[in-house]
Design a protein around this ligand. Sequence first.
Ligand SMILES: Cc1ncc(COP(=O)(O)O)c(C=O)c1O
Length: 401
Amino acid sequence: MDINKDDAVMRRIRAYAERISEGKANDYYFYNQPIEEIRGGAKVIVHGREMGMYASYSYLGLIGHPRINAAARQAVDKYGTATNGVRTLAGTLPLHDELEETIAHFKHAEAAITYSSGYVTNLSVISTLMGRGDYVLSDKLNHASIVDGCLMSGAEFRRFKHNDMDDLEHRLQQIPQDVSRLVIADAVFSMDGDVIDLPNMVRVCRKYGAYLMMDEAHSVGILGKKGTGIEEHFGLDNVVDIKMGTLSKTIPSVGGYVAGNKELINYLRHASRAYIFSAALPPAQTAAANEAFKVILDEPWRIEKLNQNTKVFIGGLKSAGFDTLLTTTAIVPVLCGSDEQAYVMTREAQHHDVFVLPVVSPAVPEGLARLRATITAAHEPAEIKRAMDVIATAGKQIGII
Ligand SMILES: Cc1ncc(COP(=O)(O)O)c(C=O)c1O
């Protein structure tokens, strides 16, 4: 590429390059820091130093679980590291069918389908179900993969105010009567950690004949006594039509899934392009995911411990004076203000061996830059206290609290 050219593409590339070199010059550049070693669930080696891990999606501390590792090893021994193709041709193993049955059982659904990532699941499922002339209504804080899926579908795309069911109802009232409509939201919001108001959302969707899709990336393993997610949390059963989730967060693997009734899953299996035209999940990851769902049900103490740790972490940061928005879950936003303040907080925390990461604009609105700290079942009380002390000291130095 001619880097001296002055067109829109090169201007975009140069703008990013400038932002990156400014970050590096200020020791603010936190992209792709290699995790050199994972020690237990809550410690990592980064830059040769042991740090407490407060940026992990492994909410139940299942990375490295002996049963899950053993399942992955057995799968490699039996099948090798890949399949012979896409699922619809030579790529389906008994392991894939087993995983989909396990997910269906876990999510109280008739059937399930898996894809190669959570991101791809949202893109493919939304754009396979919805099309021109239909309407999709998406919470303003939904994950990028939902937004991209809505745009890709070609349907009319409406965003309602965050977790505001009156606004959702108002927008549904404005839509023509005879069109298909789909309402989508994160069950637990990935940057804010708050929980969707599912009971009212179900009521509104039923009133206006809308299909309801939940993205459970951050609620499976977190919400509900058994960790099965948003419906269990509210004591509801099978009120969500399209139950989407990922295999890359609490489930220590990779991939995405949708659970629902047989007709829906059968349709997606025959019509969704990411299922038909992209490789099957590898054997080790499939077996690991399958075992992980079973471990969650067999080890409910992990959810209790996560809940205890979450209370301590949110309570401690709040009483230190931080704004943690409306989170009640393991995702804890620690508001910093400007992007620069979030970078300095991250730098200070990491210098004191607390591994947190910043979230800045445009991922969140300007002025609401934050640490997106996460807590897991693998943390011990003394470690949590130390992390909170480090974050509070940095917050005082910078003048946030
Ligand atoms: C709410 C939500 N949905 C979907 C995804 C995408 O999942 P994956 O990383 O498995 O592709 C993420 C990832 O962070 C997410 O937070």
